[in-house]
Design a protein around this ligand. Sequence first.
Ligand code: EPZ
Length: 430
Amino acid sequence: MEQYIIKGGIPLVGEVEISGAKNAALPIVSAAIMADEPVTLENLPDVNDINVLLESIEKIGAKVDRIDRHTVCINGATIRDFSVDYEYIKKIRASYYLLGSLLGKYRKAEVPLPGGCNIGSRPIDQHLKGFRAIGANVDISHGTIVAKAEVMHGAHIFMDVVSVGATINIMMAASRADGRTIIENAAKEPHVVDAANFLNSMGANIRGAGTDVIRINGVSSFHGCTYSIVPDMIEAGTYMCAAAATKGDIIIKNVIPKHLEAISAKLTEIGCEIEEFDDSVRVVAARRLLRTQVKTQPYPGFPTDMQPQLSCVLALSTGTSIVTESIFENRFKYVDELSRMGANIKVEGNTAIIDGVEELTGAQVSSPDLRAGAALVIAGLAADGFTVVDDIIYIQRGYEDFEGKLRSLGAEIDKVSSEEELKKFEFRVG
Ligand code: EPZ
């Protein structure tokens, strides 16, 4: 199994370029099959989840031409199968977006129920509620969601929970229903807006994405297009926290500063200097940072996907910080690993009480999930000595060339897969 080996204590300095957003690319790749013409997607992140999803749409018959690492041409005209294999949903939950796209285009879809994952139970009741509201029959048999619709009509849907996935999935299906759908209490994340903009570039008629009321007038067909994926705000936020934790000075390029506002505000509050430019931000952390309180919220609040990374920064701040995770029920699994590096954190229910320490020390730790894994790398970059991070497969699902981008900022980090490589790294960096 591959690992990261890190020699910590080096302030990150320099420039890093952000890739396209994984959480926008997943629904957009799923929606691209809804046109029977070529759809070219640019600025795709080269991460495992996207590569697996591209395999899954190829498996049901779509034509997929990889033009380069970040560009793909998809044509859904040759799709003959409307049932997604379990192996894909097991690998990436977001294969459930194929429910919305296949149902919208073909009025039928079979997708295995996604299981839970390391951060919580992850129900999809709101997705199914939306599909039923626009006329689909949705049953679950033998672990598979079977959705069919004779006629799909508009509906007025009030979401019980603000859900990114359900908002996007319903938007995809409703974009091809006969009539007008209104989604109330919709999620407002930038990747919801990107998915709506993409659907509209194929000929959909969607208004209001980015607000909590989305209005969709169904259309009968989509045409091809070329579309570029929005920059990844969570990847950007992860590098912002890495600069904060290592007392660095970095410029993060290819971002939309507006999407980072909650992260920038929080890092500024604890003592970072943040400068915003048109499509980049500069983060400087000259001295030890301060304590704060933070509660994760749907956008534009502080993102749950940034909670582990900020907690690592706060583990080194002065004073006691309080972090409350209000979106998922099990998103503090990294705390035990962080404590092995000397952090002083107590988790009570969905709240972490973080007593900042002067220094973390390197250790062998394991990534419980994608964002927690990235957070442990941040801790290793800040810690004194060597840190080995296991199970980096989770991190590679959502971060393109993580070790390469960090090395370009001066980090001493390598991907290794054997004891021998581990020793070589330790010898080389001393
Ligand atoms: C998306 O997951 C992201 N994944 C997650 O990022 C992110 O943490 C989450 O949105 C919140 O921003 C992708 O976009 C692929 P939700 P999603 O539906 O859509 C409850 C990462 O690290 N809920 O917004 O599955 C749910 O349990 C990943 O990149 C229901 O109750 O999240 C949670 O408490 C991790 N019923 C809350 O809503 C439903 O039908 C928000 O979940 C759906 C969700």
